[in-house]
Design a protein around this ligand. Structure first.
Ligand code: C2E
Ligand code: MG
Ligand code: MG
Length: 957
């Protein structure tokens, strides 16, 4: 170590000497540069011109010194050189400088005095000594790190002096001695300086060694401290780990303890569960210690009891059913002997006297003597299976019901998939059970049509929503079977109300449908003619009007009646009449192939529904075709008969959109056709419809009108044609509607005729007319005669006479001043009763006038039979006066009336020509707008007063 330190110090010393000298030599060189320049300048100032050698020396020295300085500075940068190279260079540099200085001293001291006389020896000595001393002084300061450097500068410098002492004759001894002494002193100083430098460097080296040692010590100490700290940390970590482990251990112990508690608790629970399960399942465990002859049982209170096994078996023997004792014993023995793996027996035991209950006993030997193989301990359970046996029996019964039921029964799961079906359902669907199971409810039926699909989805929705469905469906199974079914599906729920299954019952309705169809035929068809009856006709018409109104735009309702069927029927007797109706129906069927519907309503009434379309013949053409077909005779009972038909037609929607209204219109048209004498086709007149369109709801409003006295009577004058005196009036009713003004009778009388309202109106008119006659009588018009219009219904209802009597009595007028206008058609119905009524009317001296003569029934026989006084020629004839043929008819009518002794009245006279013509025919009385329109009371009275004054009529024209 010490040796190592010495080496280090030596090395450091050497390196410090060279490095310091390199650094200091730069200052040394600069000093030399300056002193040389100074000497050169001093000499130059005193002695011009200068000497060549002196100049050469100066320039050469300056260049040399500068080069050395540059090499020092540029080449030897700190830390970038080898010590050895630097040492050699310093030696060389010192030697070169020493040489340069020596040459300079020689030049100044020896050469210059020889060439320049003015330059004295003293001056030369002074200058050269200056150069030497300054050089040595700077050498001492900067180059004494190593003695070699100083010596290499110093020693060459002395050479010129020694040279001059030796070779020149120098008598200046003092100078010589001084010089030598100075050289010695300088050498001594150099040596001292070297030693001081050396010691300083050594101390410095030692010091730096110590510093580095100290640093090393400090580093080691730090390292040790760190290691110590790490150790401390490690021990802390270990301590913490230990604490953690300790805590974990404690936690584990706690958890374990808790688990054990929990397990204990679970075990207790399971034990309780087991006991509960045993209790619920009716299981009673037993444990038989064969060795100690003790058996532990669970009694019916679910308590454990131990008893002697011998006693127990004796007791068991007593309560086991005698038939099961042997079976029980043999099973037990087999197992105890090891012949059977376990003991199992199902037997009956007596609960109470006479009540046997099935039990299932099962057990196993769990311990045997290893040597003798004798059983030592056996355990087992006994279970009461009485309820199960009963349920099984019930299930068997239910299954056999399912098997034998004469209804299709199926069971679906909660997703409506088949899980079971009975044989009858297989028969109905045409599928085997295996083909159905697992399929969805309607997967076995056809679902091609959207209607079927929607029915199915509705059923499924309903079943899912309310849990049941009950209804009739037409189903086609994929097996090809198609039928009407009654389907009943019901959800089965568990105790919580959740749907677990669905039960479906399917009945085949095919047979019932057939029966219904048969019944429906009887209900809807007329058995005599095989045509639809009135009920079905109305139903069908309703269907067309309501459900098919979009497809049928226009339709004709044709009502047909056989003309004069009643007498023919009576003549043909019952069978013949039926046969005729059958043939009529057949012919109607044939001729109405294009019609929508042909029906036999009753008796001789038929109806046809005919769709109006441009691709079919018009209604008129169609009806003409029917009429033509009926021109051919019918052969009934070997005789040919020709019959004619009356037809009344109403149009949908022109005449109405409702069934009743259309029927009424068609009936009304038929009545008109009949009134015209039959063999006629009549279309319903739209007058009434127009009224309806005006928004007047006749019947209701008419009743209100009667109540509110909105009906007023107008009077149209009748004039004696011969003397032009007033004969009387015709009372004509008007409806003074609060909103619509005066409504003419043609608008409401035909409708009133369809209800009882006409009788009320008639009574009102009779009463009002009677009152008016009374008033006119009172005013002096005594012979006045006023006619009122009477319809068939009034004649039929039997109220007319009372009304007349009441009017006459209450007003006290004479029957002669009243006249009743009756239409021809009224007389046809119920001829006998009408005849009686008319006779009674006649007894009251009331005249009877036949109104609208010529428009109705063409038979004239009633003219003779009935007590008719006046014949009133219809205005349709009067209006055509001018036409020869028509005139002929009018004249025939007048002639006939006259011939039969009747008064002849012509109504609707509008022109003087008509009046004149009738006058020529000797017609008695004239009525018409020519004289006056029907007038309200006041104006009628005025008219009367005026004609009395004039005693003649005045034309209105
Ligand atoms: P009708 O009994 O034949 O009455 C005659 C009708 O002819 C009246 O029509 C009358 O105004 C009209 N008339 C009279 N002269 C002329 C004429 O020169 N030219 C034209 N174009 N018409 C003339 P009105 O009053 O509209 O009565 C129509 C029908 O209503 C009556 O026919 C009658 O059948 C019925 N009617 C009127 N009032 C009553 C009534 O109180 N009871 C009943 N049951 N029916 C009545
Ligand atoms: Mg009349
Ligand atoms: Mg008339």
């Amino acid at each position: 170590m010490v040796h190592h330190q010495k080496d280090y110090i030596q090395q450091h010393l050497n390196s410090a000497q060279i490095t310091n000298t390199l650094r200091h030599s730069r200052y040394f060189l600069i000093s030399i540069l300056i002193i040389c320049l100074y000497i050169f300048c001093v000499y130059l100032l005193h002695y011009q011109p200068t000497e060549l050698y002196f100049n050469v020396w100066f320039v050469g020295t300056e260049i040399m010194v500068s080069l050395c300085w540059l090499i020092n500075t540029l080449y030897f940068k700190p830390g970038q050189y080898h010590l050895r190279t630097a040492h050699r260079w310093l030696n060389t540099q010192c030697l070169l400088i020493g040489a340069c200085i020596a040459i300079g001293i020689y030049t100044i001291y020896i050469y210059l005095p020889s060439v320049n006389a003015q330059f004295t020896a003293i001056q030369a000595l002074t200058l050269s000594a200056l150069l030497l001393i300054v050089t040595q002084a700077f050498g001492l300061t900067f180059l004494t790190q190593k003695p070699s450097y100083f010596c290499l500068v110093f020693l060459p410098c002395l050479i010129p002096f020694f040279f001059s002492q030796i070779f020149e004759n120098n008598d200046n001894l003092f100078l010589g001695l001084s010089l030598n002494f100075a050289v010695l002193v300088i050498l001594f100083c150099a040596s001292s300086s070297y030693r001081i430098h050396k010691r300083t460097s050594r101390l410095y080296a030692e010091n730096s060694l110590l510093v580095s040692d100290a640093k090393q010590q400090v580093a080691w100490t730090d390292e040790l401290c760190q290691q110590l700290q790490q150790e401390v940390n490690k021990s802390k970590d270990i301590e913490m780990q230990l604490q953690l482990n300790n805590q974990l251990l404690e936690q584990k112990v706690r958890e374990r303890t808790y688990d054990i508690h929990q397990m204990n608790h679970d075990l207790q629970n399971q034990n309780q569960n087991l006991e509960l399960a045993h209790e619920i399942a009716g299981i009673r465990p037993w444990d038989w210690n064969i060795k100690d002859r003790v058996i532990t049982l669970t009694n019916h209170m679910h308590e454990k009891v131990s008893r002697d096994s011998k006693d127990h078996h004796a007791q068991l023997h007593d309560i086991i059913h005698p038939d099961d004792v042997d079976y029980f014993k043999s099973n037990m023995k087999q197992h105890l002997r090891g012949q059977a793996e376990r003991y199992e027996a199902t037997y009956r035991i007596q609960q109470t006297k006479g009540v046997w209950s099935w039990v299932h006993d099962i057990g196993r030997v769990i311990s045997r003597d290893p040597k003798t193989n004798k059983p030592l301990r056996m355990v087992g359970i006994r279970r009461d299976i009485q309820n199960e046996r009963t349920s099984q029996e019930r299930l068997k019964l239910a299954a056999s019901v399912l098997e034998q039921a004469a209804e299709g029964i199926f069971i679906l799961n909660e997703d409506l998939l088949y899980i079971d079906t009975n044989p009858f359902f297989e028969q109905l669907s045409g599928f085997e059970r295996e083909q159905i199971i697992g399929k969805h409810l309607f997967d076995i039926t056809a679902n091609y049509k959207s209607q079927q699909r929607s029915t199915h989805s509705n059923i499924i929705k309903q079943v899912m929503k309310i849990g049941s469905f009950d209804g009739e469906i037409n189903e086609k199974f994929l097996s090809g079977k198609e039928m009407a079914l009654w389907l009943h599906i019901n959800a089965i729920t568990d105790d919580e109300g959740r749907v677990t299954h669905y039960i479906g019952i399917v009945s085949d309705l095919t047979e019932r449908k057939h029966q219904e169809q048969r019944l429906s035929y009887l209900e809807n068809y007329d058995t005599l003619t095989d045509l639809p009856n009135r009920f079905y006709y109305n139903y069908q018409l309703h269907q067309y009007l309501v459900t098919q109104k979009d497809s049928i735009k226009q339709m004709a309702v044709i009502r047909i009646n056989i003309d004069r069927f009643r007498p023919l029927n009576e003549y043909l007797s019952h069978n013949g009449g039926d046969e005729l109706l059958r043939q009529v129906a057949q012919r109607l069927r044939i001729t109405n192939a294009e019609a929508l519907f042909v029906a036999h309503l009753n008796g001789d009434d038929f109806a046809i529904l005919y769709e109006i379309s441009h691709i079919r013949p018009s209604v008129q053409e169609h009806c003409d075709r029917i009429s033509k077909a009926f021109s051919q005779p019918f052969n009934v009972l070997g005789q040919d008969y020709v019959i004619t038909l009356s037809m009344g037609i109403a149009f949908y929607p022109d005449h109405g959109r409702q069934l009743d209204y259309l029927n009424n219109c068609a009936e009304q048209a038929l009545a008109e056709a009949k009134a015209l004498g039959g063999n006629t086709i009549r279309f319903y007149s739209s007058e009434n419809t127009a009224l309806l369109e005006q928004g007047i709801f006749i019947e209701r409003d008419l009743r209100k009108a009667i109540k509110n006295n909105e009906l007023v009577v107008y009077y149209q004058p009748k004039i004696h044609i011969t003397n032009q005196h007033i004969y009387g009036f015709e009372a004509l009713v008007r409806w003074q509607h609060p909103e619509k003004g005066i409504i003419p009778p043609g608008m409401f009388i035909p409708l009133a005729e369809q209800t009882s309202l006409i009788s009320e109106i008639g009574r009102l008119v009779i009463r009002e007319t009677a009152k008016q006659i009374r008033q006119w009588n009172d005013e002096g018009f005594r012979d006045i005669c006023v006619s009122v219009n009477i319809v068939a219904q009034q004649l039929r209802r039997g109220q007319l006479l009372d009304d007349l009597d009441q009017a006459i009595e209450s007003t006290g007028i004479s029957g002669k001043s009243l006249e009743l206008e009756i239409t021809e058609s009224s007389l046809v119905e119920n001829s006998d009763s009408v005849m009686n009524l008319l006779n009674e009317i006649k007894e009251r001296h009331i005249n009877i006038s036949l109104d609208d003569f010529g428009t109705g029934y063409s038979s004239l026989s009633y003219l003779a039979d009935f007590p008719i006084d006046i014949l009133k020629i219809d205005r349709s004839f009067v209006s055509k006066i001018g036409d020869k043929k028509q005139e002929a008819i009018v004249s025939a009518m007048v002639a006939m009336g006259k011939a039969m002794g009747m008064t002849v009245v012509a109504e609707g006279i509008e022109t003087v020509e008509q009046l004149e013509y009738l006058r020529e025919l000797k017609c008695d009385i004239a009525q018409g707008f020519l004289f006056s329109k029907p007038l309200p009371i006041k104006e009628a009275s005025e008219y009367l007063a005026q004609t009395k004054l004039n005693l003649s009529y005045s034309y209105q024209v």
